[in-house]
Design a protein around this ligand. Structure first.
Ligand code: C5P
Length: 221
C-alpha cells in the first residue's frame, strides 16, 4: 500500500496495557507489549493519515510523525481516546484495557504485618471504552474497531463479542505460544458487523495492521 489512501483522515489508535495502581509501588497489569498498536499507528501514518496514538505503558519509542499521548490507567485512557475521537474518522482499540481496577488506592505502601490478617483486594468495573465509542459515535460514519484475544471457540466468541460491543470490525486473535503477547507476529481473523470474515495468516504485526486499514478504508469510502 504505497499510495496515501488515508490522506486527509484522522485515526486514533490505542496501544499497550493499562496499569491499575494499588499503592504507590504496585499495580494490576497485563502482558500487552503495545507492538500491534504501534504497528497500526506506523502503517496508518505511512498511508497518509494523521494519527493519534494513545499509549498505555508500552516500552517502545514514539513513532515518527505520530501524535503520542501517554496514559497509565483505563480511566486516563478513556479520557484521552474520547478527546481524540471527537474529530476522528476511525478509532482502533488495540490496547489491553483492564476490565477491573482496585476499588481503593492506598496512599501509603501496603505492609505485611504478622499481627494483621492478609489483605484482600476488592475490584470495581472499569468503563468499557470500546462499547461506549461504538454506542455514541463522535461523528456519523466513524469506523470503530476492537480487538479480542480468545483461547477457545475463537470465531463464535468473537462474533458474540462484536455484537455485544457494537463495533464495526473485531480483530480476533487466538492466544498461543508464539503469537500475540510480546511477539513480533500475529495471526487473526477480522470479523465485520456486516457478517464478513477476513482471515490474516501468521505474519508480521504490520501485515495485520495493513489489512485492518484496508477494511477501515473500504468502510470510509
Ligand atoms: O471485553 P474485552 O476486554 O475482551 O474486549 C477487548 C476489546 O475491548 C479491546 O478492543 C479493548 O481495547 C476494548 N476494551 C475497552 N474497555 C475495557 C475493556 C476492553 O475498550 N474496559
Amino acid at each position: 500500500n504505497a499510495e496515501a489512501d488515508l490522506a486527509g483522515r484522522h485515526v486514533v489508535v490505542s496501544a499497550g496495557g493499562t496499569r491499575e495502581p494499588l499503592d504507590p509501588v504496585r499495580y494490576l497489569g497485563n502482558r500487552s507489549s503495545g507492538k500491534q498498536g504501534y504497528a497500526l499507528a506506523r502503517t496508518a501514518a505511512a498511508r497518509g493519515a494523521r494519527v493519534t496514538l494513545v499509549s498505555a505503558n508500552a516500552a517502545l519509542p514514539d513513532p515518527a510523525g505520530v501524535d503520542v499521548v501517554h496514559v497509565g490507567t483505563a480511566v486516563q485512557l478513556r479520557e484521552a481516546v474520547l478527546k481524540a475521537a471527537a474529530d476522528a474518522d476511525a478509532v482502533v482499540m488495540a490496547a489491553a484495557v483492564a476490565d477491573f481496577r482496585p476499588s481503593a488506592y492506598a496512599p501509603g505502601k501496603i505492609k505485611k504485618r504478622d499481627d494483621k490478617a492478609d489483605p484482600t483486594i476488592t475490584l470495581v468495573r472499569n468503563p468499557d471504552i470500546l462499547a461506549e465509542l461504538s454506542a455514541d459515535r463522535a461523528r456519523p460514519g466513524q469506523v470503530v474497531v476492537g480487538f479480542a484475544a480468545e483461547t477457545d471457540d475463537v470465531l463464535a466468541n468473537g462474533r458474540t463479542k462484536l455484537e455485544r460491543k457494537g463495533c464495526d470490525l473485531l480483530v480476533v486473535n487466538e492466544v498461543g505460544e508464539r503469537k500475540t503477547f510480546g511477539s513480533e507476529e500475529n495471526e487473526a481473523v477480522v470479523l465485520g458487523a456486516d457478517g464478513s470474515e477476513t482471515p490474516v495468516p501468521y505474519g508480521p504485526k504490520e501485515a495485520l495492521a495493513d489489512v485492518v486499514w484496508d477494511l477501515v478504508g473500504a468502510r470510509l469510502r
